[in-house]
Write a protein that binds this ligand. Sequence first.
Ligand code: PHE
Length: 457
Amino acid sequence: MVDQNKSTAAPSLADGEERFSKSGFIFAAIGSAVGLGNMWKFPYITGKYGGAAFFLMFIVCLLAVGLPVLMAELAIGRGGRGSVSTSFNRLTKQKGWGALGFLMIAAPFLILSFYSVVAGWTMYYAVRSFSGQLFTTTDYSGQFNAFIGSWQPVWWMLLALVLTAAVIIKGVSAGIEKFNKILIPGLVILLLVLVVRALTLDGAGEGVSFFLSPDFSKLTAESALVALGHAFFSLSLGMGTMITYGAYVDKRQSLGAGTMAIGLGDLLYAFLAGLIIFPTSFAFGIEPGQGPGLVFVALPAAFAAMPLGSLFGGLFFILLAVASLTSTVGLLEVPVAFIRERYGWSRGLAVTVITVLLFLVGIPSAVSVGGAVSGLDFGGKTFFDWMDFVCSNIMLPLGGLIVTIFVGWVWKNAAEEAGLTAAWFWIWLFMVRYIAPILVVLVLLYSAGALDFLFKG
Ligand code: PHE
C-alpha cells in the first residue's frame, strides 16, 4: 500500500510520523505559493492597475504584511503540530479558536473546487497547443468561450483533482515533498526558456518598460488594497495551507530563513511571469489590462504569430499547469490532515472521500463560468465568480485576521516558536499585532464594497 504513514490510533500530526526535510519544506511551500496567482492573476491585475507602480506596491505588501503573516502561520503549525483547528486549540486555553480555525479548513476546500477548474483549463490548453489545434482559428476569444461554455472543463477539472489526490495519497515526504522537489526546479527551467523567448521578440522593450518603470501617479488606494489582497493570495495565506505545512517542519529549521526563502521565491516567479507576459503582449499589440482572458485569449494569438509558437505555447501552458498543481496539493492537504486527525481515517480514505466531494462541488463552478448551464448566476455573478469572490476576498482576509490576532494577542509563546533575535522578533510582532490586522480589515471592507465611496469619481 502506498500509505506508509498510516497509523492506527488517532493519527496526530504531533506524533512526528510525517515530516518534511529542510529543503523539502522550502520546495513544498514555494510550490504552494507559486500558482495561478503568479502566472494568471498577477499579470492581468498588474496590467489593469498600472504596471510597474502596482508591482512595486505588491513588493511592499509582500514584505510588510505577507512575510510577517506567513511566519505567523508557520509558527502556529509547528507550535501546535496539528491540523489547523487542532493547532489553535493546543496553543491556547481560550475557547473558540479551534472553531475559528475550522474556517481555514473550509476555505481551502472551497478554493480548490474552483481553482482546479482553471488548472484543468491550463492542461487542456497545453494539449491543444502542442497538437497545434489551438491555432486552427484566429478567433481566440470565441474558441475560449466555446470551450468554457461546454461540459469539457468538468473532465479537465477531474483530471486536475485526480493528479492532486495521487500526490497527497502518498503522504508528506513521498508525496508532497518529492513532487515539489522535482517540479519546482522544472518550473524554473521552463520559466527561463520562456523569458528568453519573450525578451528576444521584436518590440519586447515596451512591455519591459511597462512592467519595470513605475509611474507613481498610477498608485491609488484601490490599487494598494488589490496589491495587498494579492500578496495574501500569492503567499497562500489565510487558507490553512501554511499552518498545515508548518506542522510538518522540523523543530531545528529556522522559520525566519524559511519565510524569507518562500517570499523571495514567490516574488521571483511573479517577476519572471511578468517578464514573459508583458513583452509578449506588447510585441503583438495586445492590451495587458484586459482581464482574466489575457492568458487564455491574448497569449494564444501571440504564440500563433511567433516561430515555433505551438511549442512555446505548449510549454507556457505546461508551466501554468505545473504551477497550479503544486498549489492544489497544498490546498488538499489541509482538509485531509484535519479529517485524519479528527476521525482517525487512513490517508487513502480521507483523500478519496474529499476528492469525490470536491468534484461534486466543483461541477457548478466548471459549468457556470462559461455558461454551459444557465441559471447558476446570482446577483450578476456566476457561481464560479461567487466562489472566487467569497474565498479570495472574504474567507482569506478573515483567515489572515484570525492568524494575526491569535499570534499578536492571544498566543503567549510565539516568541519561543519563532526563534528570532530580539530585534527581529519585535519588528515581527509589531507588524503582526498592529499593521497587518489594520490593513487586512481595510481589504475586507474594500471587498465588501464598504469603501466604494472613496473610489468613485
Ligand atoms: N498561492 C497560490 C497561487 O498563487 C494560491 C493558493 C492560495 C494556494 C491559498 C494555496 C492556498 O496561485
